[in-house]
Design a binder for this molecule. Structure first.
Ligand code: GLA
Length: 381
């Protein structure tokens, strides 16, 4: 695990040691994109980069929030002012969790974030979950991981105002090292699926396109609204109940646009289960095909890709990747490519050349083994 000097930084700034330090990771979703809010299955894993939260109880109702990255700024808020609609920046994610967990006593909070921001690796869920698990421990709230995931999602939906699904918070809390998490988003039941590429000479390359498109929030909400509309028109609970045949039969009840959105959801849910079978039988060629189909569906039916993501995916595949796709909400952020370890340098170089010839900012490359979900690192004294 990454080292953090948050304990020392906390003491330097707040004059006392923290009561508890917790950490939560960012994530990569192997497959199952834009279906968590349609009761689908997803298959994410935790990356090694994580966010740390150090917390100390206070005897009043003040909340002080600081971060190692912006050491000179301390945000001070009275608990009575912590309610939805609160105007602020990143500290809203921390305050949202205090609000969702109904914390009724002041705290000092310091954050040390190592999950790259804006790269589609879910730094916001890492932040929420590091704070959630720290508070759960410190105030002996007794929430289990499912409940904490739902509360962290509630903080983001109702306090920060971002209509995200449940995938990122769940994996940040529940992931196990060496495994991807097969999560049923309908009831949050899960199964750990061994995810070992190295023993087959493979690697998952993460390509951070460095593209951050501003339309993401509105477009995400629109996609959710299309899914809700299909579900209402077809009289089902969620996309999970639909099949491709049923969708074809009911085509005239929905708009053309709704039809392609629903086609993505229905086919993507099926691809997740196929991907689990492929992983479990070490069918990596098949897994590669599934990643490619997922990307095409996100690009053409769900329309959440962008030129940088398409370039990353296409150049990885033409350079020899077994498969590649965009990950996360889309319109920028990261793509993944399933590659032979021995070809890593060559594939990276070809992607860099394609980016350069398209006039895009140079991408960044990362790899990560599936790692541990949220943890208490230093318990309350
Ligand atoms: C974002 C959201 C998730 C999920 C993905 C797309 O990361 O936070 O809930 O919907 O986009 O799969």
């Amino acid at each position: 695990m990454q080292e953090s000097d948050i304990r020392e930084k906390f003491e330097e700034l707040f004059g006392q040691l923290p009561d508890v330090i917790a950490a939560a990771p960012g994530r990569i979703n192997l497959i199952g994109e834009h279906i968590d809010y349609s009761d689908g299955y997803v298959l994410p894993f935790a990356i090694t980069s994580r966010t740390y939260a150090a917390v100390r109880k206070r005897s009043d109702r003040q909340v002080r929030i600081a971060s190692v990255q912006r050491a000179k700024t301390v945000i001070t808020v009275n608990l009575d002012d912590v309610r939805p609609g609160f105007k602020g920046q990143w500290e809203r994610y921390v305050l949202g969790v205090l609000w969702a967990l109904k914390i009724d006593q002041g705290v000092d909070v310091m954050i040390d974030g190592h999950v790259p921001l804006g790269a589609g690796l879910s730094s916001s869920a890492a932040l929420e979950c590091s704070v959630a698990i720290a508070l759960n421990h410190l105030f002996s709230l007794g929430f289990d991981l499912k409940a904490l995931a739902r509360l962290a999602q509630m903080a983001e939906n109702d306090f920060v105002g971002v209509p995200c699904g449940i995938m990122d918070q769940s994996v940040a809390l529940m992931a196990k090292p060496g495994y991807a998490l097969l999560l049923d988003c309908r009831d949050l039941t899960s199964r750990d699926v061994a995810f070992d590429l190295a023993s087959s000479g493979l690697q998952l390359l993460i390509i951070d396109t460095q593209a951050h498109h501003s339309l993401i929030d509105g477009a995400y909400a629109q996609r959710r609204a299309s899914c809700d509309s299909v579900v209402a028109k077809l009289g089902v609970q969620s996309m999970r109940e639909l099949t491709l045949d049923r969708l074809e039969e009911c085509k005239e009840l929905i708009t053309d646009n709704e039809f392609i959105r629903a086609r993505h959801a229905v086919t993507e849910i099926a691809r997740v289960l196929d991907a689990v079978r492929a992983l479990e039988s070490k069918g990596f060629v098949e897994l590669g095909h599934l990643l490619n189909s997922s990307h095409i569906s996100l690009r053409d039916d769900y329309e959440v890709s962008c030129p940088e993501l398409n370039t990353a995916v296409d150049s990885a595949i033409s350079a020899g990747a077994l498969g590649a796709r965009m990950v996360g909400a889309g319109f920028g952020g990261s793509a993944i490519a399933l590659i032979k370890e021995s070809q890593s340098q060559e594939i990276i170089r070809k992607i860099e050349i394609s980016f350069e010839s398209n006039g895009f900012k140079p991408p960044r490359f990362l790899t990560s083994l599936p790692s541990q979900g949220a943890q208490i690192i230093q318990p309350a004294r």
